[in-house]
Design a protein around this ligand. Structure first.
Ligand SMILES: Nc1ncnc2c1ncn2[C@@H]1O[C@H](COP(=O)(O)OP(=O)(O)OP(=O)(O)O)[C@@H](O)[C@H]1O
Ligand SMILES: [Mg+2]
Length: 284
């Protein structure tokens, strides 16, 4: 069974009449007209986007373009001001990150979501702690330790001591634990917001291999990274986000790093020209 076929708890939320997936053409995730403001700042202005089953979609764009905000809306951290989200063809409303996780959407944030004061092995199971003893739900520390060791070993993340607190790790090691945690369980949609940030060359290759391994198993993912080389290596399709909207949607196979770079430069020039025109209009 591939990752996206794993049924997630509560995924059968009543639809809006658009019907369930199953015809093979319905994207696993579709967002429609998503807008979000923070006070005077308009972060997103009507984003449409879709992620197909088994696909790796890359989001690229300048700092402040709205990429993380979009991811935070998809994973239930922020509520959109307007717009709709469909998971396997059914409209969903996530009240929290926990709610989205129950629907099969998991996230590695740009600003990490590990608990620094807890041991590494515990962080790997956060929110999905293993228990025993039936209704008493006693924590199975021993099993969590043993499985963490095996898991980190399998994916070749070298952490000196899984009993140490996360706060004793370097930024790159923390990132590796966060990615390892998200990739440990099979989910419908995995969101990775700059999973390679703060990584050295060796750790970056390790995470890239991890992501590629997941992609090969059919895991649908949205990845954010500023490095085009990484994005071309990892993604099937790219969406460029500019000032809160998707301005370009292209298959990686249909473009090149050179083409994308020159597109971004031309967009930047347009913005500068528009800015100058607005300034001179204002000065009149
Ligand atoms: N919690 C918040 N409160 C106020 N403004 C916010 C908040 N989160 C994001 N913003 C603003 O929304 C806009 C989009 O931010 P966002 O973090 O989504 O950008 P990004 O594309 O992820 O950028 P980067 O590549 O630098 O991570 C920015 O102008 C940012 O300042
Ligand atoms: Mg961001």
């Amino acid at each position: 069974m591939s990752a996206h076929e794993v049924p997630a708890e509560g995924a059968t939320q009543p639809g809006d009449g658009s019907g369930p997936s199953g015809n093979g053409t319905e994207p696993i995730l579709r967002v429609e007209g998503i807008s979000k403001r923070f006070g005077a700042v308009v972060a997103l202005r009507g984003v449409d986007l879709q992620l197909n089953a088994g696909e790796v979609l890359g989001l690229v764009g300048d700092n402040g373009a709205g990429k993380s905000t979009l991811v935070k809306i998809i994973c239930g951290f922020h509520q959109p001001d307007s717009g709709r989200i469909f998971l396997e063809g059914r409209q969903v409303h996530f009240r929290s990150v926990e709610d989205a996780r129950h629907h099969g959407i998991d996230t590695v944030y740009q600003d990490l979501a590990l608990v620094p004061q807890l041991p590494i092995y515990y962080n790997l199971f956060l929110g999905r702690e293993l228990t025993f003893g039936g209704p008493l739900r006693l924590l199975s520390q021993h099993r969590m330790r043993r499985l963490s060791e095996r898991y980190l070993d399998d994916i070749q993340v070298s952490i000196p001591d899984i009993n140490a607190e996360v706060e004793t790790l370097s930024g790159g090691q923390r990132q590796a634990v966060a990615v390892a945690r998200a990739t440990r369980s099979q989910v419908k949609v995995l969101l990775l917001d700059e999973p390679l940030a703060a990584m050295g060359a060796k750790e970056s290759s390790l995470i890239i291999d991890l992501i590629k391994g997941l992609a090969a198993r059919g895991q649908a993912m949205i990845v954010i990274d500023h490095n085009y080389t990484h994005m071309f290596e990892l993604c099937d399709r790219l969406n460029i986000i500019e000032q809160g909207v998707v301005s370009l949607d292209t298959k990686v196979a249909d473009t090149s790093i050179e083409e994308l770079t020159s597109y971004m430069v031309s967009q930047y020039r347009k913005q500068v020209t528009t800015g100058r025109e607005e300034l001179s209009e204002a000065g009149r």
